[in-house]
Design a protein around this ligand. Structure first.
Ligand SMILES: Cc1cc2nc3c(=O)[nH]c(=O)nc-3n(C[C@H](O)[C@H](O)[C@H](O)COP(=O)(O)OP(=O)(O)OC[C@H]3O[C@@H](n4cnc5c(N)ncnc54)[C@H](O)[C@@H]3O)c2cc1C
Ligand code: FES
Length: 290
Protein backbone atom coordinates (compact mmCIF):
# COMPACT_ATOMS: atom_id res chain seq x y z
CA UNK A 1 0.00 0.00 0.00
CA UNK A 2 1.15 3.57 -0.54
CA UNK A 3 3.30 5.02 2.20
CA UNK A 4 2.77 8.50 3.56
CA UNK A 5 2.52 11.65 1.53
CA UNK A 6 5.53 13.01 3.41
CA UNK A 7 7.71 10.08 2.38
CA UNK A 8 6.83 10.53 -1.31
CA UNK A 9 7.46 14.26 -1.15
CA UNK A 10 10.76 13.80 0.62
CA UNK A 11 11.94 11.30 -1.93
CA UNK A 12 10.64 12.79 -5.17
CA UNK A 13 9.46 16.35 -4.94
CA UNK A 14 12.34 17.97 -3.11
CA UNK A 15 15.00 16.87 -5.57
CA UNK A 16 17.20 19.62 -7.01
CA UNK A 17 15.17 19.75 -10.22
CA UNK A 18 11.48 19.90 -9.37
CA UNK A 19 10.61 19.94 -13.08
CA UNK A 20 12.15 16.54 -13.74
CA UNK A 21 9.33 14.17 -14.77
CA UNK A 22 9.06 10.48 -13.93
CA UNK A 23 8.63 8.08 -16.82
CA UNK A 24 5.21 6.48 -17.03
CA UNK A 25 3.92 3.84 -19.44
CA UNK A 26 0.52 3.96 -21.11
CA UNK A 27 -1.10 0.60 -20.33
CA UNK A 28 -4.58 0.98 -21.80
CA UNK A 29 -6.47 3.54 -23.88
CA UNK A 30 -10.26 3.96 -23.81
CA UNK A 31 -12.15 6.00 -26.40
CA UNK A 32 -14.69 7.96 -24.38
CA UNK A 33 -16.11 10.21 -27.10
CA UNK A 34 -14.99 11.22 -30.62
CA UNK A 35 -12.52 13.74 -29.09
CA UNK A 36 -11.80 12.36 -25.61
CA UNK A 37 -9.68 9.43 -24.45
CA UNK A 38 -8.83 7.95 -21.08
CA UNK A 39 -5.28 6.69 -20.58
CA UNK A 40 -4.45 4.09 -17.92
CA UNK A 41 -0.83 4.55 -16.90
CA UNK A 42 1.76 3.29 -14.47
CA UNK A 43 5.25 4.30 -13.42
CA UNK A 44 8.06 2.67 -15.39
CA UNK A 45 9.79 2.18 -12.04
CA UNK A 46 7.09 -0.02 -10.51
CA UNK A 47 8.34 0.82 -7.00
CA UNK A 48 7.15 4.39 -7.45
CA UNK A 49 3.48 3.33 -7.63
CA UNK A 50 3.83 1.90 -4.14
CA UNK A 51 4.80 5.34 -2.89
CA UNK A 52 2.56 7.56 -4.99
CA UNK A 53 -0.24 9.09 -2.93
CA UNK A 54 -2.76 11.44 -4.49
CA UNK A 55 -6.12 13.00 -3.64
CA UNK A 56 -9.23 13.26 -5.79
CA UNK A 57 -9.08 16.62 -7.58
CA UNK A 58 -5.29 16.77 -7.82
CA UNK A 59 -3.57 17.00 -11.17
CA UNK A 60 -0.28 16.12 -12.83
CA UNK A 61 1.87 17.68 -15.54
CA UNK A 62 2.14 15.18 -18.40
CA UNK A 63 4.82 15.59 -21.08
CA UNK A 64 5.68 14.19 -24.48
CA UNK A 65 9.34 14.62 -25.23
CA UNK A 66 9.94 17.19 -27.94
CA UNK A 67 6.34 18.46 -27.86
CA UNK A 68 5.52 19.88 -24.45
CA UNK A 69 3.78 19.50 -21.16
CA UNK A 70 0.23 20.16 -19.89
CA UNK A 71 -1.86 19.67 -16.75
CA UNK A 72 -4.58 17.02 -16.53
CA UNK A 73 -6.38 15.86 -13.42
CA UNK A 74 -6.04 12.27 -12.28
CA UNK A 75 -9.45 10.91 -13.24
CA UNK A 76 -9.26 7.65 -11.27
CA UNK A 77 -9.89 7.40 -7.53
CA UNK A 78 -7.16 6.94 -4.93
CA UNK A 79 -9.43 4.32 -3.38
CA UNK A 80 -8.87 2.10 -6.45
CA UNK A 81 -5.23 1.31 -5.93
CA UNK A 82 -4.89 -0.78 -9.11
CA UNK A 83 -5.68 2.23 -11.34
CA UNK A 84 -4.03 5.46 -12.42
CA UNK A 85 -5.93 7.24 -15.17
CA UNK A 86 -6.15 10.60 -16.88
CA UNK A 87 -8.65 11.71 -19.48
CA UNK A 88 -7.83 14.06 -22.33
CA UNK A 89 -9.96 16.11 -24.68
CA UNK A 90 -8.17 16.86 -27.95
CA UNK A 91 -7.87 20.66 -28.33
CA UNK A 92 -4.31 21.53 -29.41
CA UNK A 93 -0.76 20.40 -29.96
CA UNK A 94 -0.03 18.32 -26.85
CA UNK A 95 -3.50 16.83 -26.55
CA UNK A 96 -3.40 15.80 -30.23
CA UNK A 97 0.00 14.20 -29.67
CA UNK A 98 -1.37 12.32 -26.63
CA UNK A 99 -4.22 11.03 -28.78
CA UNK A 100 -1.69 9.65 -31.27
CA UNK A 101 -0.03 7.48 -28.57
CA UNK A 102 -0.43 3.71 -28.49
CA UNK A 103 -0.36 1.29 -25.58
CA UNK A 104 3.24 0.87 -24.42
CA UNK A 105 4.23 4.49 -25.12
CA UNK A 106 6.37 6.25 -22.50
CA UNK A 107 5.59 9.81 -21.43
CA UNK A 108 6.68 12.10 -18.60
CA UNK A 109 4.68 12.77 -15.46
CA UNK A 110 5.28 15.04 -12.51
CA UNK A 111 2.91 15.53 -9.61
CA UNK A 112 0.55 15.15 -7.89
CA UNK A 113 -0.10 18.88 -7.60
CA UNK A 114 -2.85 21.08 -6.21
CA UNK A 115 -5.07 20.77 -3.17
CA UNK A 116 -7.72 18.21 -4.14
CA UNK A 117 -11.32 18.11 -2.91
CA UNK A 118 -11.89 18.85 0.81
CA UNK A 119 -13.19 15.45 1.92
CA UNK A 120 -13.55 16.63 5.53
CA UNK A 121 -16.01 19.31 4.38
CA UNK A 122 -18.06 16.73 2.49
CA UNK A 123 -18.37 14.16 5.29
CA UNK A 124 -21.89 13.65 6.68
CA UNK A 125 -23.31 15.89 3.95
CA UNK A 126 -25.74 15.40 1.09
CA UNK A 127 -23.64 15.67 -2.05
CA UNK A 128 -24.79 17.18 -5.33
CA UNK A 129 -22.43 16.57 -8.24
CA UNK A 130 -23.04 18.74 -11.30
CA UNK A 131 -20.87 18.08 -14.35
CA UNK A 132 -20.72 18.83 -18.04
CA UNK A 133 -18.67 17.08 -20.71
CA UNK A 134 -15.03 16.43 -19.79
CA UNK A 135 -15.77 18.21 -16.47
CA UNK A 136 -16.81 14.80 -15.17
CA UNK A 137 -13.11 13.72 -15.17
CA UNK A 138 -12.10 15.29 -11.82
CA UNK A 139 -15.54 14.65 -10.31
CA UNK A 140 -15.37 11.00 -11.32
CA UNK A 141 -12.34 10.52 -9.08
CA UNK A 142 -14.29 12.05 -6.19
CA UNK A 143 -17.52 10.15 -6.95
CA UNK A 144 -15.75 6.76 -6.83
CA UNK A 145 -13.93 7.90 -3.69
CA UNK A 146 -17.26 8.74 -2.04
CA UNK A 147 -18.89 5.49 -3.23
CA UNK A 148 -15.97 3.50 -1.81
CA UNK A 149 -16.58 5.22 1.57
CA UNK A 150 -20.37 5.32 1.21
CA UNK A 151 -21.22 5.32 4.93
CA UNK A 152 -19.40 8.64 5.46
CA UNK A 153 -21.80 10.56 3.20
CA UNK A 154 -25.56 11.05 2.97
CA UNK A 155 -27.64 11.38 -0.23
CA UNK A 156 -25.87 11.59 -3.57
CA UNK A 157 -27.29 13.35 -6.62
CA UNK A 158 -25.29 13.30 -9.86
CA UNK A 159 -26.45 15.56 -12.66
CA UNK A 160 -24.35 15.06 -15.76
CA UNK A 161 -24.80 16.40 -19.25
CA UNK A 162 -23.07 16.60 -22.60
CA UNK A 163 -23.81 18.16 -25.96
CA UNK A 164 -25.03 14.86 -27.48
CA UNK A 165 -25.28 11.17 -26.48
CA UNK A 166 -21.96 10.53 -28.27
CA UNK A 167 -20.28 13.22 -26.14
CA UNK A 168 -21.11 11.57 -22.80
CA UNK A 169 -17.85 10.51 -21.11
CA UNK A 170 -17.41 7.44 -18.88
CA UNK A 171 -20.57 5.72 -20.12
CA UNK A 172 -19.51 2.56 -18.24
CA UNK A 173 -19.47 4.56 -14.96
CA UNK A 174 -22.78 6.27 -15.71
CA UNK A 175 -24.36 2.81 -16.06
CA UNK A 176 -22.95 1.72 -12.71
CA UNK A 177 -24.08 4.86 -10.91
CA UNK A 178 -27.51 4.59 -12.50
CA UNK A 179 -27.88 1.04 -11.15
CA UNK A 180 -26.79 2.09 -7.65
CA UNK A 181 -29.98 2.55 -5.59
CA UNK A 182 -28.19 4.90 -3.18
CA UNK A 183 -27.53 7.42 -5.97
CA UNK A 184 -29.92 9.68 -7.85
CA UNK A 185 -28.25 9.70 -11.27
CA UNK A 186 -29.64 12.11 -13.87
CA UNK A 187 -28.09 12.19 -17.33
CA UNK A 188 -29.04 14.78 -19.91
CA UNK A 189 -27.96 15.90 -23.37
CA UNK A 190 -28.36 19.28 -25.08
CA UNK A 191 -29.63 17.55 -28.19
CA UNK A 192 -30.77 13.92 -28.48
CA UNK A 193 -30.61 11.56 -31.44
CA UNK A 194 -32.79 8.69 -32.71
CA UNK A 195 -31.46 6.29 -30.07
CA UNK A 196 -31.64 8.67 -27.09
CA UNK A 197 -34.51 7.96 -24.68
CA UNK A 198 -33.25 10.04 -21.78
CA UNK A 199 -33.57 13.67 -20.81
CA UNK A 200 -32.90 16.56 -23.13
CA UNK A 201 -31.93 19.92 -21.63
CA UNK A 202 -29.02 21.98 -20.43
CA UNK A 203 -27.40 20.97 -17.14
CA UNK A 204 -28.40 24.11 -15.15
CA UNK A 205 -32.07 23.72 -16.25
CA UNK A 206 -32.07 20.06 -15.26
CA UNK A 207 -30.46 20.97 -11.93
CA UNK A 208 -33.31 23.40 -11.32
CA UNK A 209 -35.89 20.70 -12.16
CA UNK A 210 -34.23 18.11 -9.92
CA UNK A 211 -34.01 20.81 -7.21
CA UNK A 212 -31.82 19.08 -4.62
CA UNK A 213 -32.22 20.53 -1.14
CA UNK A 214 -29.43 22.79 0.10
CA UNK A 215 -30.03 21.58 3.63
CA UNK A 216 -26.80 20.03 4.97
CA UNK A 217 -25.56 19.76 1.39
CA UNK A 218 -22.52 20.63 -0.69
CA UNK A 219 -22.63 21.02 -4.47
CA UNK A 220 -19.54 20.20 -6.50
CA UNK A 221 -19.69 21.54 -10.05
CA UNK A 222 -17.27 21.16 -12.92
CA UNK A 223 -17.74 21.79 -16.61
CA UNK A 224 -17.42 24.35 -19.40
CA UNK A 225 -17.44 27.97 -18.22
CA UNK A 226 -20.86 28.61 -19.79
CA UNK A 227 -22.34 25.75 -17.76
CA UNK A 228 -20.70 26.96 -14.54
CA UNK A 229 -21.87 30.52 -15.19
CA UNK A 230 -25.50 29.35 -15.22
CA UNK A 231 -25.10 26.68 -12.53
CA UNK A 232 -24.00 28.94 -9.65
CA UNK A 233 -27.15 31.14 -9.84
CA UNK A 234 -29.38 28.05 -9.92
CA UNK A 235 -27.61 26.68 -6.85
CA UNK A 236 -28.01 30.06 -5.14
CA UNK A 237 -31.73 30.00 -5.99
CA UNK A 238 -31.98 26.54 -4.42
CA UNK A 239 -30.50 27.98 -1.21
CA UNK A 240 -26.83 26.96 -1.52
CA UNK A 241 -24.48 29.57 -0.03
CA UNK A 242 -21.15 30.34 -1.76
CA UNK A 243 -19.44 28.23 0.95
CA UNK A 244 -21.61 25.25 -0.07
CA UNK A 245 -20.54 25.44 -3.73
CA UNK A 246 -17.27 23.91 -4.87
CA UNK A 247 -15.65 23.93 -8.28
CA UNK A 248 -12.29 23.22 -9.90
CA UNK A 249 -10.70 25.91 -12.04
CA UNK A 250 -8.65 25.57 -15.21
CA UNK A 251 -6.09 28.23 -16.02
CA UNK A 252 -3.21 28.18 -18.46
CA UNK A 253 -0.29 26.77 -16.44
CA UNK A 254 3.44 26.46 -16.81
CA UNK A 255 5.19 25.26 -13.65
CA UNK A 256 2.19 23.76 -11.81
CA UNK A 257 3.84 24.45 -8.45
CA UNK A 258 3.37 28.13 -7.64
CA UNK A 259 6.64 29.44 -9.06
CA UNK A 260 5.99 31.07 -12.45
CA UNK A 261 2.95 33.23 -11.63
CA UNK A 262 1.09 32.16 -14.80
CA UNK A 263 -2.12 30.93 -13.24
CA UNK A 264 -3.22 33.56 -10.75
CA UNK A 265 -6.76 34.73 -10.12
CA UNK A 266 -6.65 37.63 -7.70
CA UNK A 267 -4.14 36.72 -5.04
CA UNK A 268 -4.56 32.98 -5.56
CA UNK A 269 -2.53 30.61 -7.70
CA UNK A 270 -4.80 28.01 -9.25
CA UNK A 271 -1.99 25.42 -9.31
CA UNK A 272 -0.93 25.84 -5.69
CA UNK A 273 -4.02 27.15 -3.84
CA UNK A 274 -6.47 25.21 -6.05
CA UNK A 275 -7.51 23.95 -8.47
CA UNK A 276 -10.41 23.22 -6.09
CA UNK A 277 -12.08 26.28 -4.58
CA UNK A 278 -15.36 27.16 -2.90
CA UNK A 279 -17.34 29.75 -4.79
CA UNK A 280 -16.89 32.00 -1.74
CA UNK A 281 -13.11 32.01 -2.35
CA UNK A 282 -13.26 32.94 -6.03
CA UNK A 283 -16.51 34.80 -6.69
CA UNK A 284 -14.87 38.22 -6.61
CA UNK A 285 -12.19 37.22 -9.13
CA UNK A 286 -13.88 35.13 -11.77
CA UNK A 287 -16.62 37.37 -13.13
CA UNK A 288 -14.74 37.84 -16.43
CA UNK A 289 -14.34 34.11 -16.96
CA UNK A 290 -17.72 32.86 -15.80
C1 LIG B 1 -5.53 21.91 -13.22
C2 LIG B 1 -5.97 21.55 -14.64
C3 LIG B 1 -6.53 20.30 -14.86
C4 LIG B 1 -6.93 19.97 -16.17
N1 LIG B 1 -7.48 18.73 -16.36
C5 LIG B 1 -7.82 18.38 -17.61
C6 LIG B 1 -8.36 17.07 -17.85
O1 LIG B 1 -8.52 16.25 -16.93
N2 LIG B 1 -8.66 16.75 -19.14
C7 LIG B 1 -8.50 17.64 -20.18
O2 LIG B 1 -8.79 17.27 -21.33
N3 LIG B 1 -8.02 18.86 -19.97
C8 LIG B 1 -7.67 19.26 -18.73
N4 LIG B 1 -7.13 20.50 -18.52
C9 LIG B 1 -6.95 21.41 -19.70
C10 LIG B 1 -5.66 21.00 -20.42
O3 LIG B 1 -4.54 21.30 -19.60
C11 LIG B 1 -5.55 21.76 -21.75
O4 LIG B 1 -6.57 21.33 -22.60
C12 LIG B 1 -4.21 21.48 -22.41
O5 LIG B 1 -3.20 22.19 -21.70
C13 LIG B 1 -4.20 21.89 -23.87
O6 LIG B 1 -2.92 21.61 -24.37
P1 LIG B 1 -2.63 21.61 -25.93
O7 LIG B 1 -1.15 21.73 -26.11
O8 LIG B 1 -3.28 20.44 -26.56
O9 LIG B 1 -3.39 22.90 -26.40
P2 LIG B 1 -2.79 24.34 -26.94
O10 LIG B 1 -2.24 23.98 -28.32
O11 LIG B 1 -1.85 24.84 -25.93
O12 LIG B 1 -4.09 25.14 -26.97
C14 LIG B 1 -5.25 24.77 -27.72
C15 LIG B 1 -6.45 25.54 -27.26
O13 LIG B 1 -6.80 25.20 -25.91
C16 LIG B 1 -6.78 26.36 -25.09
N5 LIG B 1 -6.23 25.96 -23.78
C17 LIG B 1 -5.02 25.44 -23.56
N6 LIG B 1 -4.84 25.21 -22.24
C18 LIG B 1 -5.97 25.62 -21.63
C19 LIG B 1 -6.39 25.66 -20.28
N7 LIG B 1 -5.66 25.24 -19.27
N8 LIG B 1 -7.63 26.12 -20.04
C20 LIG B 1 -8.41 26.55 -21.03
N9 LIG B 1 -8.06 26.55 -22.32
C21 LIG B 1 -6.86 26.09 -22.62
C22 LIG B 1 -5.93 27.35 -25.80
O14 LIG B 1 -6.25 28.69 -25.47
C23 LIG B 1 -6.25 27.04 -27.24
O15 LIG B 1 -7.44 27.64 -27.65
C24 LIG B 1 -6.76 20.89 -17.24
C25 LIG B 1 -6.19 22.13 -16.99
C26 LIG B 1 -5.81 22.47 -15.71
C27 LIG B 1 -5.20 23.81 -15.45
S1 FES C 1 1.44 27.47 -13.09
FE1 FES C 1 3.21 28.51 -12.36
S2 FES C 1 2.41 29.57 -10.64
FE2 FES C 1 0.75 28.32 -11.25
Amino acid sequence: MPVSDISYRKRFLTKDNVYLPHLVIIEKIIDETPDTRTFHFNFKDKGLREEFPFKSGQFGEYSIFGIGEAPFCISSSPTRYDRLEFTVRRVGSLTNALHRLSVGAEIGFRGPYGNGFPLDLLEDKNLVFVAGGIGLAPLRSLIWNVIDNRDKYKNIDIIYGARSPADLCFKYDLKNWDKDKSINMVTTVDKGDKTWKGRVGFVPQVLEEVAPSADSAVAIACGPSIMIRFTFPVLAKLGFTPEQMITTLEKRMKCGIGKCGRCNIGNLYVCRDGPVFTYAQIKDFISDEY
